[in-house]
Structures are given as structure tokens and as C-alpha cells.
Design a binder for this molecule. Sequence first.
Ligand code: ZN
Length: 582
Amino acid sequence: MTEYFEIHDRDGPARSGELRLETPRQTPGLVDDILVDAGSKWTEERDQPEGDQSALTNLPHRALPGGTPDEVQEAFTVEYPDVDFPSAAVVSSDTATDHGTDAYVLSNAQELSGHAAAFVEAIIQTREAIPADTALYLPGVATPGNVATLAYAGVDLFDTDRAVLKGLQGKYLTTDGEAFLEDLEELPCACPACQVPRSEFDREDCAEHNENVLRAALATARERIKAGRLRDYIEGQARHEQWHTAVFRRLDQQYSYLEQRTPVLRRAELTAATDDTLRRVEIQRYAQRVTHRYRCRFDKPLVLVPCSAKKPYSDSQSHGQFHDAIQYRAHLVSMTSPIGVVPQELELTYPAQHYDSVVTGNWTATEIEFVADVLAAYLEQNEYPRAIAHLPEEYREICERAGEQAGVDFEYTAVEHPTTTESLSTLASMLSEESKYLKRERQHNTIRAIADYQFGEGAGDELFEELSVGSRYPKLRANNGDGEQLAMLVPQYGLLALTIAGARQWVDSETPVKRVEIDSFVPHGSVLAPGVVDASEGIRVGDEVVIEGPKAFAVGRAAMSGPEMVESTRGIASSVRHLEEK
Ligand SMILES: [Zn+2]
């Protein structure tokens, strides 16, 4: 239960929020000046501190070194009292548990920080052992170079100890690493501490500079989290230092930790600049859903085409030309790094129209392997009467590799480039014998494909058994056989927003429902976390959820993951789009 910490924005495991002290402190942030330590119980018996609203009081504690045997740890367990001021408890990664405080201090963070794997494991172990809506403080570790990555891992609070110490040792810190002060001919910084002549700049100034840069780095992290773009930033930072690269890669290996905290949609664009992008949850999740949940409902040949820089693809000039050649006689699937393959029905679906990649025409070995694997899995899942690769020469290796794995022989139709007149007329003539599909079929298949992607395998048929589609693409409205609206396609994210009738259909179907069970009240606009009785484990930020309690049946969009809704005592758990009172 926390009263004094509140999360406002989430970006993967990173959160931005505030410590609600007399003067609120933004997080991720520094606590040097607001932390009061009531002391260790090792040295003397401590009285309960009085505490007050202006500070975060570290309750009397008894820290134990890492690796202390369980029975010893238990014998020295500290009972934390219930206090009415902002408080923190000292924990180690092995013994972390819910003590009812607003913040938790990871006591062995510093000793672990040299070893990337153990360090990442300790942070995650602690983060998962303490309530989701409490703050995690890592003392003595922060530098301007690592705070963004640590915030990405789920750390909220830091101090200036390490940055100051390094400064006094003559190490000049920047967001991309550190330099020996003696080696610097000029000071590459505009902070107040650096406004003295180089010859007069001493180690005290260096410590002050380090602290300034750390503050700026935290402000950058907060802004990035609010914009949903922290990951892009740390992918760039990870290149500068081995330690970052190691921590960042170790973190990426904790897929389920990251996945639970990564939203299924965002407003922000995703920048694909390096191979690290391929490990992003958003990319892996899309590939997983396209190859496992999605199924092609068109009984037509497959035509593989390259993606376009313009999104959605169908708005681009090249895809306009492909469309003119194909004329509804084939199923269009775009190939792209970092997404893999994008069937035409899912071109709007996050992140297919939300990424920006560096188009060099030369794919890295990792990209080729990733896209070939996704394509092979896709071809194994979806059988086509024919498969045409209308792609530039450099994609050929991928098609051959995937085709061999899936037992598919491609017909190649592009000469030099897919948009040359010759290539386009070859494509058109290869399809001349095929019949066209109707607009209605295209619309129905789009709604059902998105439902499969969003709600799970088979959901398209379960939720939209009888379907009539109204309005124009991309603002499609899905109605049932009686003309009652079930859902609407949100063009911005390429996902469906359900109506009450749609939610009822979902509840009555075989498709697993994401449910939020609430107390006896009628939610208006949103459901707050304290009102949540239970929530499905699988709920992710951005998911459609059915909200139900003794007094209401509603549908909305999750603002927290399921586990976080259950654990949290503050904040919005879900929005409410449509509501029926009982
Ligand atoms: Zn400076």
C-alpha cells in the first residue's frame, strides 16, 4: 500500500511519476536531499523515527550482505511498522518482499553493479518481489551514462554519490561515458560548473559538473518515458560502453519481465536503427502474433512485396503501383526489417505503421535471419495456391531460405526493381488468369484478421460469426447480422474497439476474455486501481478489457497490466468506453 508514490506514465518497465512529498519530487529522480536515514539496527537499538511529509524516511533497518543464509536472514528480520509519513525499507534482492512502505532501497546494488548479469537479475528479482506501485531506489550506482538504462529496467530513485565520487577522482562524466579530466583540452559542456577557464577547472568543479549532467540525464529519461520513446534512446546509448551493452542485452533476455510491461499500442513512432531493435518486445510480439494467431482467409496467390517508407504502405506510390498490377487478384504481404512480414489486413496494426527504419538497401546478417525465420513460419502456417516474390534482388536470399524451410517455390516477377514497367507488367500478366475478390470479402477479412491478431487465434470467426461491415476503410464499423455495431477499427493503431454488444459476444465466445473484476460501483470514464478486485494475468497496457462488477458491465482499454491492476493502490487501471448499469 503506497500513499506517497504515484506513477503517471509507463514505458515498458520504466515509469515516470512522483514522490508525493510536501514538495513533490519527480521520478525517475534523485533523493539525496530528501532522504532521511533512521539508521541501522546493527549498531544500536533504534527508536521509531517521527518522520514528516517533507522527506522520505528510511525506516530502521538491518542490511545483510548478499549470500547470507536464509535462517540467518530470518533471525534478523526487521518488522516494519505502519507509519503515516513517506517511508522506505531496506531490502536485498534475495529477501525483498512487501513491507508496506512507499519505496524500497536495494542494499546490495553497488556490490553487484560490476557484474552485468547478476546486477540485472537483482533488479528484476527485487522489482518483482515488491508491489508494482512502489518506488525502487538503487543507491550509489547512478551515472549520467547509465541512469536511462536503469530507469528502463524499472528503477525510480537514484543519488549523486557515484557521480560526485568520480568527479573528485578526476573523472569527467557525460551521457556517453567518462574521460579523465587531465586528458580534456576543453570542457564539452555548457553547464554552470563548466563556465570557468579550463586551467581553473578542478576536481570539485568536476564533481559539480557530473552532478549537473546526471540531473539532465534524468530529465531526458523522464521526457522519453512520457513520450514512450525511452527504448530508442538507450539503444543508441548502449553503443558507447561495454557495461551498457552488457546490461542492456541481459535485460533483453528477461523477455517475460519486459513483455508484461510493454504496451500493445503506442502513439509514438519506433525507431529501428540497430539489430538491437529486433529484440524489442513490440517486434517479437508482432512476429509471434502474425505467425501464430493470424491466418489468411483469402483463397488467392501470395504476392510478397517490399515495404515502403510511407505508412500505411497502401498510401505509398510503390504500393499504389503494385495494387494497379494486382487488381484484387492476390493477397499482398509486405516484407520489412525490423517487422518481418505484414499481411495487407494488418498494415495499420501497431507497430506496422509506426516504425521508421534506416533504409540502406543492405540488410545485416541478423536482419536477414530474422525476416527469413518469420517468413518461413508464416508460410508454414498459411498455405497458398501460388507464391509470387515481387521483390528487389537483395530480398531473394531471404525468400530462398524461407521457401526451402517451408517447402514453397516462389515465382520471381521483378526485374531490377519491382516498380519498373517491365516488373509491373510481368506481375500483372502472371495474375491474368486469377479471379478478383470482392470489396466485401476484403473488408470482412480485414476485421477478422485484426480480431485474430488482437484477441487470439480463431477470434475473428468467434466474435464476428455474422458480420456486415459499414463505413469506409480505414474507419470500418463491424456490425452483427442484425446491423447492431460490435466494434470499430481504430485507424491510428489498427486495432478494434468493442461496443457493449461486441463485449457480450466476446464473453459468450470460446476466445479467452481479458477481464477486470470490480467492486460494487458504477465506473464513470475510468476504473481506478483500488476498485479492482481481480484482473486477468494476461492483460497488457492498451488491451481491450471487459469490466464487470455487481453494478456494471463495461468495456474499455487497459492502462495497466493485469498483475499491476491487482497490486496497485493508486492510478487509473482502465478506461471505460461503454457502460451498462446492472
Ligand atoms: Zn558541465
